[in-house]
Structure formats: C-alpha cells, structure tokens
Design a protein around this ligand. Structure first.
Ligand SMILES: Cc1cc2nc3c(=O)[nH]c(=O)nc-3n(C[C@H](O)[C@H](O)[C@H](O)COP(=O)(O)OP(=O)(O)OC[C@H]3O[C@@H](n4cnc5c(N)ncnc54)[C@H](O)[C@@H]3O)c2cc1C
Length: 389
C-alpha cells in the first residue's frame, strides 16, 4: 500500500533524537528504553541496537550522602537494606514484594483492569511509609512520569514497575535516536518527506503550511497530542508534562558505574542524574565523561541562571570540581509526555479512528512511552489496512 510520511522537522525521530555536540551524543532529554516493553521487543532488533544496560538499582541522595538501593524490582528483600534500615525495613520489603507480585502476575491486559487511582494515592494505600515514598517512590517516579505531584495514573505505576521487574533499563550504544532510525530503515526513504509541516487535516485531505493540498484514502495524524488538537477540528485538548535536561562534560567522572542517581531530599533543582558515558562509552568524546542532569518542568529561569542553580546543587553532591564541568547544552521539552491522570487509562487505549478517512495515533492514544507510541502505530496500521481492503 503506497504511503507518504510528512514530517515538520528536518529529521525523523520526534521526541526520540540524539544530537552530536563536540563529539558527545546528547539524547534530547534523558530517556531510556525498558527492554521488556512488549511492542519494542516485537518491532525492534535489539541486537543491532547494541543495547547497553543501567545498573538495576540506584544511588539516592539524602542526609548529606548517597545511599545505594539494589534492584528493588527483582530482589525486594535485599534492595532496601541500606536506605531504609533499620526502621520499617521488613514491612517496606513485604510491601515492595506485594507490589511486584501484583504487577508481574497475570497478563499485561489484566494489569490494565486493576482499579485506577493516582500513583501517590496507590502507594499510600499500599501502606508505604513517608520515608519510602519521599526517598524512593517520589524522586524515582517523578523522574519517569515527569510529574512532581505523582498524580499520574496508578496503572502507569504498575505498568512501569512490571517493565522494570521483567527486563533491563537500556540505551542503544549510539544513542536513543537509533530507535526511530532503525524503524525508518524498514521503509523506502522517499516515503518520508521532512521539512514538510502540515497546517490542517480533514478526512482524506491534508493541507500543508505552504498551502499545498494533498488527498489520500486515509490520513493518519501521528503528532504529539497537543499538536493533534491544533490540526484536527474538535480534537480534545491533550495536556503535557515538561522536562529540562542539561548536559555537562568533565575529565573526572563523579561516578564510574552505569547507575541512576536520584534526589531523595524534597529540595533542590535536580531530580535525577546519570553518566550516559558510563553506560555506553560511545556517548563520550575521548576520555571525558558525559553527565546528564534532569530538572522537572520548564523552569522560569533563563538557561544561564538555571545552569548556575544546577551547578550549586551539584556541588553539594560532588564538591567544588563541578564549577569546572563544561556545559554542553540545555534542552527544554515543553510537551515531553502527555498527562495521564486517573481514569485517563480507563480504558487503557483511546479511539484512533475519528471518522472514515481520518485517524490519529501517538503516545497520547495509549501509554505515554516509546512502547505506547509503537502500540498505537501498529493499531492504526491494522485498522487502516482493514478499512482500505
Ligand atoms: C524528556 C523525555 C523523556 C522521556 N523518557 C521516556 C522514557 O524513559 N521511556 C519511554 O518509554 N518514553 C519516554 N519518553 C516518551 C517517548 O519519547 C514518547 O512517548 C514517544 O517518543 C512518543 O512518540 P510519538 O510518535 O507518539 O510522538 P513524537 O515522537 O513526538 O512524534 C511526533 C512527530 O510529529 C511531528 N509533527 C508535529 N506537528 C507536525 C505538523 N504540523 N506537521 C508535520 N509533522 C508534525 C513532530 O515533528 C514529530 O516528529 C520521554 C520523552 C521525553 C521528551
């Protein structure tokens, strides 16, 4: 079936792109692939992507030092030893074990039938202590959902917990941008037309920003949710969550392991940090280390002031050396993830066929993730093929 992809940007990839800056690979915002994502397992060639693994635990900063949490997903009984002992340790371990059992048993479809509330309410109802919530759940899942208040649907918590428990946290050796590149390599390159922004769509009709009008048996809108609202008459609002990512280079890496560092104190501008070059050395130019710092939201400060605030915070963690780290780039992603508050995932998938000749897909139609975006892409392909037969 002949088709054409119209892409406004000068390259494909959307929110999953990697820039090369001074020889460093900079993903546009810190993001990872969870190797257990079923749709990614189905559609991607993991071996060709040369996936590099993160350590399964994390380093959590609180009370003036880093505390190691070892693999809370698979070994709940040893994971919390350092961080939460001695108070409440056994109870927290039992609760983590219960959460793991709840999220990993049954099919993925059955997980999306569990009652839906907010993530914060769900973990409170499970009885986790304030310490466990504030030092682990909040900073960890704030960083994943880009949601400081953890209003995100509990179904996302359960889905993500299941993915962490049953697979690895990885990045491709050459950057996250290799994922869309691999997908695009399966289709003829002349089917993709970059630098072609669309102004409006109607059933069977696409109007480009340059004024040209195209006709097709089926038109699929595959933009970010808020852009679909602009393109399609009457399409509902899709609110988004923002993230800001600052990259630094330094000769002396603050950590040598491929570990995620999270801020377990309810203060300071940084939510999480990692050293991508410790996960995949290809991310770095020469022997320097590449540091990725995530700040939630889109702060009001300009980039220079934000950089100073971040350095100040970093110096508490790693000392005054951070003043010499070279700032490479700051990315502000206004619509990084669609917001999914409770009941947004009831049912877990939103309609993709709007009317005959007009369809919509993307992560805002499914779970906000690379997996969700790809599931919605497959769903749309199946429906369109069926309709046009
Ligand atoms: C900072 C950040 C961190 C993330 N972390 C993770 C993570 O760790 N794990 C995970 O699974 N997911 C993560 N995500 C989410 C994941 O990247 C997205 O869910 C997924 O990439 C969405 O894909 P999509 O195809 O739905 O949309 P997009 O990738 O946004 O693609 C939409 C495309 O439409 C194009 N477009 C828009 N308007 C027009 C127009 N008018 N005309 C033509 N083209 C147009 C855009 O240029 C873009 O290429 C993260 C995202 C960000 C930004």
């Amino acid at each position: 079936m002949p088709f054409k992809i119209l892409e406004a940007d000068d390259q494909i990839g959307g929110r999953v792109q990697t820039d090369v800056v001074d020889g460093f690979l900079l993903d546009r915002g810190f993001q990872v692939l969870l190797s257990a994502y079923p749709e990614c397992r189905r559609m991607l060639d993991y071996e060709a992507l040369k996936l590099r693994r993160f350590y399964l635990g994390a380093l959590i900063w609180f009370k003036g030092k880093f505390h190691r949490i070892t693999d809370p997903w698979r070994q709940p009984f040893s994971a919390l030893k350092t961080v939460f002992s001695p108070i409440g340790t056994l109870n927290e371990k039992i609760r983590i074990s219960r959460l793991r059992r709840k999220t990993t048993s049954g099919t993925l479809d059955s997980l999306f039938e569990h009652p839906e509330t907010s993530t914060l309410l769900a973990i409170k109802e499970m009885g986790f202590s304030d310490g466990m919530i504030n030092r682990f759940f909040k900073p960890f899942f704030d960083g994943i959902f880009l949601d400081r208040s953890l209003e995100t649907s509990s179904r996302m918590l359960e889905f993500t917990f299941r993915m962490f428990s049953t697979g690895d946290t990885v990045i491709p050796e050459q950057g996250m941008g290799q994922i869309p590149k691999q997908l695009a390599s399966h289709i003829p390159s002349d089917a993709i037309q970059t630098q072609t922004a669309v102004r409006t769509v109607k059933p069977h009709i696409v109007e480009l920003s340059c004024g040209e009008v195209l006709r097709a048996n089926a038109v699929v809108v595959a933009t970010e949710g808020h852009r679909s609202t602009k393109l399609i008459d009457g399409f509902p609002e899709v609110n988004g969550r923002s993230a800001t990512c600052l990259y630094f280079a330094t000769d002396k890496s603050p950590v040598s392991e491929p570990v995620l560092i999270i801020n377990g104190e309810n203060q300071g501008v940084i939510n999480n940090l990692c050293v991508p070059s410790a996960v995949s050395p290809t991310y770095s130019a020469g022997n320097s280390a590449l540091i990725s710092v995530t700040v939630l939201g889109n702060p009001d400060q300009d980039n220079k002031v934000l950089e100073e605030l971040v350095r100040e915070h970093l110096s508490e963690w790693f000392g005054l050396d951070v003043q010499y780290w070279q700032h490479l780039r700051t990315y502000r992603i206004q619509h990084a993830l669609p917001q999914v508050h409770p009941l947004a995932l009831t049912p877990p998938q939103r309609p993709i066929k709007l009317e005959t000749g007009l369809y919509v897909c993307g992560d805002h139609r499914d779970t906000p993730s690379v997996h969700g975006a790809m599931v919605s892409g497959r769903r749309i392909a199946e429906v369109v093929v069926k309709d046009l037969r």
